[in-house]
Design a protein around this ligand. Structure first.
Ligand code: GDP
Ligand code: MG
Length: 710
């Protein structure tokens, strides 16, 4: 596919694939790309500079291999497949992708039905207004059960699943697929796990009504089609009118009705197949065009900012006009030591390949040094990007996931990016002592890419700590350090990331002074600390009653004080855990006029005293992460697992038994669940599986608090 003339917006589909781990997300995506003629090829390497070292080059290479979005053409439409990560430890990554998707295929393992993360991605998609269709994968597997899977969608997703396709499994195991809308049957010759068969697709389709070989066995399908028509007519009034008037329901009529109701989230069309064997992939590609939205169908909300940039003025929907003021949203950043690649979607206006853009978060103008798209067989520089396009932007220096890009004169932003707090931390150490600086620098880069991974140095011990969304998350980070940066690291054992919060408001003021090696820093501050349950990250506001703000020196002092306070809130007064759910308001700040302005770092040291006072006078609460836990075990091991969860402070929410398999939903404090997978392995003789994700931070019980003190 070549970038010919721009397609009309109605012919674009920007979509992703999401699933519970192992349901087949990767296989489905790869088969779709392969069948649509996409071949992976390392790219961006040509753009590398001569000074680039080997690891950097490897890393740049990875950008295309793991490219965030690939274009493909299917039946005259222009598709962009956005990569969505799979593991629950990265739900935040799934979440940020959901923001740029218009539609998503949710893949289910048809032998499992709805699983924990299917629910999670379902909820995320719903929250972002992403249109959904379902693919029941692994129909070739023993235990595959179409009806039970459909039932679990109805029950666990509260969805309105409608089979627009049905499996037709022959006694010898051959899988055919019946397209109830267009009256077709797909039969596949040979095992399409073989690439040769994959590339000779699709011609096996036959219409059931006219196929003499199958006519007997096809009798029942017309009745199934009628059932589908009735089900859709029960939701779609337009179809109902045709139906009650006894008109023939042509495929287009039925398809349009299903499309309307799918876009309105009133129904979930269900497809199926066995992606590993290439079964059901072409119909699924076709379904993307039929049932997933074009950008025109789903205008995005955004906030318009008047100058000054910080002041939000009104909410409004994007207008998809290439001449409208520029509105771009960055959804993924790949950081290298040579700068960043920012994956972004243009919502309105036109982004030129070499121009200045404004970032309302940093309040800075930056220059774009080239735009790229990943096409079927190559990556390709493009001159400009228009509404609906997803491009990789090179050259931006200070950009983060979630940033908006626009024109300085007409600032806009896409709001509501929230990254959950890390729940776990581990000590990390470079195996070679001389690598420590490089390790710190690299962790900084990785944090730009993945804001849910953070790091800090323990001030007392000098130990480097990384924190993230789970043990696996940090292990993957460590693998990345090794693979992409040649940094061999040792990880300590996982520790719960506790937080500190306030039970009541506290106002503190006074002179704070610290003697540093070559000077004394002293400042007068008046700060009000308040509990703020909605704020994950502590926030510092400024509300002065005096005239400090009026002089340039005063403004600098305020800025310094805000930075120092923000940094200081990262180390709570009770145990040094980062604070959460706290708002600090700076009500006053002064300095002796003869003293030089301190740096934020110097003032931060002086503010240690303020925090100590807060710890002494304030009502400090310790919070810990509670996890949502889902366990699946054979029923015979259920009671052992129930006992384990309860013995470790967990609350059981639900137990279900399906056949021989039991499912358990619970919440439990992470501090007692760090070795749960190991315990589960022994209590279920290796036959149980579990997933955990943050439920919310809750206050630590009294006894545990005592334990933390020592
Ligand atoms: P992901 O974790 O959702 O990305 O799942 P993957 O695509 O990595 O697949 C997980 C496992 O399921 C792999 O071992 C695949 O080979 C296997 N798998 C994927 N699709 C099918 C299928 O249609 N049938 C069967 N039997 N196995 C499949
Ligand atoms: Mg995968």
């Amino acid at each position: 596919m070549k970038p010919g003339k721009a397609k009309p917006l109605k012919d674009l589909r920007t979509f992703g694939v999401a699933a519970h781990i192992d349901a087949g997300k990767t296989t489905v995506s790869e088969r779709m790309l392969y069948i649509a003629g996409v071949q992976y090829r390392p790219g961006f390497v040509d753009e590398g500079t001569a000074t680039m070292d080997f690891e950097e080059e490897e890393r740049e290479r990875g950008i295309t291999i793991h490219s965030a979005a690939i274009k493909l053409a299917w039946q005259g439409l222009d598709y962009t497949l956005v990569d969505t990560p799979g593991h629950v430890d990265f739900t935040v990554e799934v979440e940020r992708c959901m923001r740029v998707l218009d539609g998503v295929i949710i893949v289910f393992d048809s032998s499992q039905g709805v699983e924990a993360q299917s629910e999670t991605v379902w909820r995320q998609a719903a929250a972002h207004g992403v249109v959904r269709i379902a693919f029941l994968n692994k129909l070739d597997k023993v235990g595959a059960d179409w009806d039970a899977s459909i039932a679990s969608m109805r029950e666990r997703l509260a969805a309105e699943p409608v089979s627009v396709q049905l499996p037709w499994i022959l006694p010898d195991g051959e899988i055919r697929l019946v397209d109830l809308v267009r009256r077709r049957v797909f039969a596949y010759a040979g095992d399409r796990a073989d690439a040769e068969f994959l590339s000779a697709p699709w011609d096996a389709e036959r219409e059931w009504a006219t196929d003499e070989d199958w006519s007997d066995s096809c009798d029942g399908w017309e009745a199934e089609r009628l059932a589908l028509v009735e089900a859709v007519a029960g939701i779609d009034e337009e179809l109902l009118d045709h139906f009650v008037a006894d008109e023939p329901i042509e495929p287009e009529l039925l398809r349009d009705a299903i499309r309307r109701q799918t876009l309105a989230a009133n129904m979930l069309p269900v497809f199926g197949g066995a992606a590993l064997r290439g079964i059901g992939v072409e119909p699924l590609l076709e379904a993307v065009g039929d049932y997933l939205p074009s950008p025109e169908d789903v205008p995005q909300p955004m906030a318009l900012h008047g100058p000054p940039a910080g002041k939000r003025q009104e909410e409004r929907r994007t207008v998809l006009d290439a001449d409208a003021p520029l509105a771009v949203q960055v959804f993924k950043v790949v950081a290298t030591r040579h700068g960043t690649i920012a994956w972004a979607r243009v919502y309105q206006g036109t982004l030129e390949g070499h121009e200045q853009v404004y970032n309302p978060r940093t309040e800075k103008v930056e220059r774009v040094h080239g735009l790229f798209i990943i096409l079927a067989d190559s990556d390709e520089a493009v001159e400009r990007a228009r509404p609906g396009d997803i491009v990789a932007i090179k050259g931006l220096k200070n950009v983060r996931t979630g940033d908006s890009l626009c024109r300085k004169k007409q600032p806009v932003s896409f709001s509501g990016w929230v990254f959950p707090l890390p729940v776990i931390s581990m000590a990390v150490e470079a195996r070679r002592v001389e690598d420590r600086d490089k390790l710190i620098e690299t962790l900084g880069l990785l944090h730009i890419e993945d804001p849910t991974m953070d790091w800090r140095v323990n001030e007392d011990t000098g130990q480097l700590l990384v924190s993230g969304m789970g043990e696996l998350h940090l292990q993957i980070v460590s693998g990345k350090l090794k693979r992409d940066f040649g940094l061999d690291v040792l990880l300590g054992s996982p520790r719960v990331a506790y937080r500190e919060a306030l039970g009541r408001a506290e106002r503190l003021h006074g002179w704070f002074e610290r003697v540093l090696p070559n000077k004394t820093v002293s400042a007068w501050l008046d700060v009000e600390f308040e509990p703020a349950p909605d704020l994950d990250l502590p926030t510092v506001r400024v509300a002065l009653s005096d005239s400090t703000e009026e002089s340039p020196a005063g403004r600098l002092l305020i800025e310094t004080a805000v930075k120092a306070l923000e940094a200081e809130l990262g180390t709570g007064p009770a145990h040094g855990f980062p604070m959460t759910q706290v708002a600090a308001t700076l009500r006053g700040v002064r300095q002796d006029p003869d003293d030089p302005l301190p740096s934020p770092e110097e003032l931060e040291i002086a503010l240690n005293v303020l925090m100590r006072d807060l710890g002494r006078l304030g009502d400090i609460r310790i919070l810990e992460p509670w996890m949502q836990l889902e366990v699946r075990v054979p029923e015979e091991h259920l009671s052992a697992v129930l006992g384990d969860v309860q013995a470790h402070g967990g609350e059981i929410h639900k137990v279900e038994v399906h056949g021989e398999l039991a499912r358990l939903d619970a919440i439990a404090p992470l501090s007692k669940m760090l070795d749960f997978t190991t315990r589960l392995r022994s209590s279920s003789q290796g036959r149980g599986s579990s997933v955990m994700q943050l439920e919310r931070y809750r206050e630590v019980g009294k006894e545990d608090r005592e334990r933390l003190r020592v």
